[in-house]
Ligand binder design. Structure first.
Ligand code: PMP
Length: 291
């Protein structure tokens, strides 16, 4: 089997030799924080999209767990692992987690480990989702309120997304849509939500959603209005699309029982995003960090 490099606490090691304990605290309680980051091929070589913003968000999550991250080392780690992988387009996955020191819930004295993996990219909702869009089903699960666990990429939070995603896929849909008890839209299992109505673009805002970096990018590029949206308003939209590091900009072709067209504005925004992340337009505003 060919070896896969992993950046692990400052060194490049083989993934299979990382040697993580089965009694790692994070394995039992989700005491870790991660990010999903993309590197893209550009005319001047591979570059990482909005790395600093991703690492700032990771540091916020780490702070809640009492972990301090060395952001300079982690930044260098992303560039080192990308170079070691030889990939032009990659998904980069940093993770900081509590490993040894015990299975107690007081994490103050536990040892932290930090890793970054570079994984060859394949679209997580499938290649067909780019042209045909994806089906979205309103979930019966509620998003964990941000008053209970901060809306950040803390590992344990993702059980909530996994339950919603599983419910949606078992019902024959591709993605789940979280709404709250008052009828407001929150987000997808790993995506933020936008709607288009009469040519106006609206970014769904909700206190329990992850503040997505792709969402911010699309708001900055299009001037979309960010505000709360009810499920009734979403159902009445002309176009709906999802944003996220992995799905990029993906149109929704069905919301529950209602089929939707992948409209012209969604297609334009998806194309603009591709041009920006691949460094093919002047609007990249220093977002691409050359490897
Ligand atoms: N919401 C959730 C729950 C997510 O996991 C993600 C993916 N990170 C997003 C939204 C989109 O965020 P971003 O654009 O920063 O990837």
């Amino acid at each position: 089997m060919s070896s896969t490099p992993l950046w692990y606490d400052g060194k490049i090691v083989d993934l299979l030799e990382a040697g993580i304990s089965p009694l790692a605290n994070a394995l039992h309680y989700g005491t870790g924080v991660f990010e999903g980051i993309r590197a893209y091929e550009t005319p001047t070589g591979p570059a990482i999209f909005r790395l600093a913003e991703h690492l700032d968000r990771m540091a916020l999550g780490a702070n809640h767990l009492g972990m301090s991250l060395d952001l300079d080392a982690l930044t260098a780690g992303h560039h080192d692992i990308l170079a070691a992988s030889g990939l032009q387009n990659a998904y980069l996955r940093p993770l900081a987690f509590y490993e040894s020191g015990g299975l107690g819930l007081d994490v103050a004295s536990l040892q932290k480990r930090t890793l970054v993996a570079a994984i060859p990219w394949s679209t997580h909702l499938g290649e067909a989702s780019r042209t045909h869009g994806i089906s979205l089903r309103t979930s019966s699960w509620r998003r964990i309120p941000a008053t209970s666990v901060p809306a950040l990429k803390l590992c344990g939070n993702y059980v909530n997304s996994i339950l919603a995603k599983r419910e949606a896929t078992l019902a024959g849909f591709q993605e789940a849509l979280f709404v709250d008890d008052h009828g407001f839209v929150c987000e997808g299992s790993a995506e933020n939500v936008f709607l288009v109505k009469n040519g106006r673009i609206v970014a769904v805002a909700h206190p329990d959603m992850l503040p997505g970096i792709t969402r911010r990018t699309i708001c900055e590029l299009t001037g979309a209005e960010s505000r709360p949206v009810t499920l009734a308003e979403l159902r009445d939209a002309d176009e709906i699309f999802l944003t996220g590091t992995s799905v990029e900009v993906t149109g929704v072709c069905q919301l529950d029982s209602r089929p939707l067209p992948i409209g012209p504005i969604t297609r334009q925004i998806a194309a603009l995003y591709q041009a920006v992340v691949h460094g093919q337009t002047e609007t990249e505003r220093g977002w691409l960090c050359a490897a």
